[in-house]
Design a protein around this ligand. Structure first.
Ligand code: UD1
Ligand code: CA
Length: 468
């Protein structure tokens, strides 16, 4: 507990009106140890397992955030030796290195030097179990009190294969955990299994871990062996039960898809609770950070990538793909629209079918209803962008800007060759290729002269018929 360093204990207890020992210990400092040094070979990937994404975010990010939300004041990620990619991603956050993957107990030991003087609760988490909630972690950590030294998160499952089984005695005490490989036939039938996450008082955790021996089929130092050791040393061990969906782990790509499905259900449910309508929720894919205003309607088959905020009352029609975009209130997007990162639309903007936008500001009330590309542009308010308009932002070397003033009207099939500025209120005739700035309120057209040859079609058909 941080406060203890500078406030005498007796005063601290008074401040918080902590009367009994339990309440006092419940405020113990929490340090999360996140194990991420396993090989993750079953994913068959060049990308390290903790960086595989769920809901658009690396699994490790989910674990770290859950730890922060559970009030962990320190987080130490345990990494393997060659882990530059994860270290870069951690961007200065604490980590330690496990020299060789000798088991989960060995991995936790790698964090011992970082926690040398720590006397709070260590929350041991796995980077491949990203969906655990902060509430569950808090419940687990706060079950460590004056009498309880170890708390294990377990769950009931019909598919216990691969999990450590929780062996509970007649008094309800968790006496040991037996790994799948090492279990007897009777033990294998146990359906209460180890979710992998534990809360253990420090420095007891490390005192128990030095006693662990690799006496098992894998020749590994099992973290789970501390349960039996804690019991033998007279420490109380408890088990907290969580929902299987929260502690399902990722070993292969099928698990990754399974967890994505669980997370999407959570995100859709939360979006609907907050006042968005998802007409066919199972067909809508959201990101962890998606923000939907009240009364947003999302039609079937919409994908929303990271970093998107959709304003109140907007409608996202079917088959649209939106990422990195901010939309004002009452926009109508799609069907079949693609909004790429950097799209910022004001209130009441309409973006219709087969329109792509990127890095562009689109002012309130403006419309691009059909077959258009808007990139690197700043579009004012109440602009009408006709069908087939293209902002030609790239010349093969650099990207250039298109600026369109308020109330301008761009005729269909116009190429706006950037850098170019269309003044407010200007009208561009259909089919134009605009290569220079157009002043306010001007009409600009680039078109070859109309050539009409009367009855030429009749003569042409006759000629062709004679030839065949
Ligand atoms: C572990 C538990 C098992 C539990 C299951 C829940 C042990 C011995 N077994 O088994 O009881 O039911 O999780 O999912 O703890 N890791 C390291 N270094 C290592 C080995 C593993 O950092 O040397 C990390 C992995 O990256 C992973 C986590 O520890 O994040 C779990 O390792 P894994 O090999 O997946 O353990 P399981 O066999 O699933
Ligand atoms: Ca695992």
């Amino acid at each position: 507990m941080k406060a203890r360093a500078y406030i005498p204990e007796s005063i601290f207890r008074k401040c918080l009106a902590l009367s009994d020992e339990n309440a006092y210990i419940k405020t113990m400092e929490i340090a999360a140890i996140i194990l991420a040094a396993g090989q993750g070979t079953r994913l068959k990937s060049a990308l390290p397992k903790p960086l595989h994404r769920i809901g658009g975010r690396p699994m490790l990010a989910w674990s770290l955030d859950a730890a922060i939300a559970a009030n962990a004041s320190r987080m130490i990620t345990v990494l393997p030796r060659q882990s530059e990619q994860i270290q870069d991603w951690l961007d200065g956050r604490d980590f330690c290195i496990q020299d060789k993957p000798l088991g989960t107990g060995h991995a936790v030991m790698a964090a011992a030097p970082s926690l040398a003087n720590f006397d709070g609760v260590a929350l041991i988490m796995f980077a491949d179990t990203p969906l655990v909630t902060a509430d569950t972690l808090t419940r687990l950590a706060s079950s460590i009190d004056a009498t309880t030294s170890v708390a294990v998160l377990g769950f009931e499952t019909a598919e216990q294969h691969g999990y450590g089984r929780l062996v509970i005695d007649n008094n309800g005490q968790l006496t040991r955990i037996v790994e799948d490989k090492d279990a007897s036939d009777d033990e294998r039938r146990i359906t209460l299994v180890n979710g992998g996450i534990m809360a253990v008082r420090c420095p007891l955790l490390f005192e128990l871990l030095v006693e662990v021996q690799p006496n098992n089929k894998s020749d590994e130092l099992y973290l789970t062996d501390i349960i039996q050791l804690a019991n033998q040393n007279g420490h109380k061990v408890v088990c907290q039960i969580a929902d299987e969906a929260e502690i399902a782990g990722v070993n292969d790509r099928a698990d990754l898809a399974h967890l994505e499905a669980i997370l999407q259900r959570r995100l859709r449910h939360a979006a609907m609770q907050q006042g968005a309508t998802l007409i066919a929720p199972d067909t809508v894919f959201l990101s962890a950070d998606t923000i939907l205003g009240r009364d947003v309607i999302i039609e079937p088959h919409v994908v929303i990538g990271p970093n998107t905020n959709i304003g109140e009352g907007s409608i996202i029609k079917s088959f649209s793909h939106i990422e990195g975009s901010t939309l004002g209130a009452c926009c109508v997007i799609g069907p079949y629209a693609r909004l790429r990162p950097g799209t910022e639309a004001g209130d009441g903007v309409k973006i219709g079918n087969f329109v792509e936008t990127k890095k562009s500001v689109i002012g309130a009330g403006s419309k691009a209803n059909h077959l258009t590309y808007i990139g690197d542009s700043v579009i004012g308010t109440d602009v009408n962008v006709g069908a087939g308009t293209i902002t030609c932002n790239y010349d093969g070397f650099g990207k250039f800007k298109t600026i369109i003033g308020d109330g301008a009207s761009i005729g269909s099939n116009t190429a706006l060759v950037a850098p170019v500025k269309i003044g407010a209120g200007a009208i561009i005739g259909a089919g134009s290729t605009i290569t220079a700035d157009v002043p306010n309120d001007a009409i600009a057209t680039t078109r070859s002269a109309l050539d009409v040859r009367h009855d030429a079609a009749v003569r042409y058909r006759k000629l062709r018929n004679e030839q065949s």
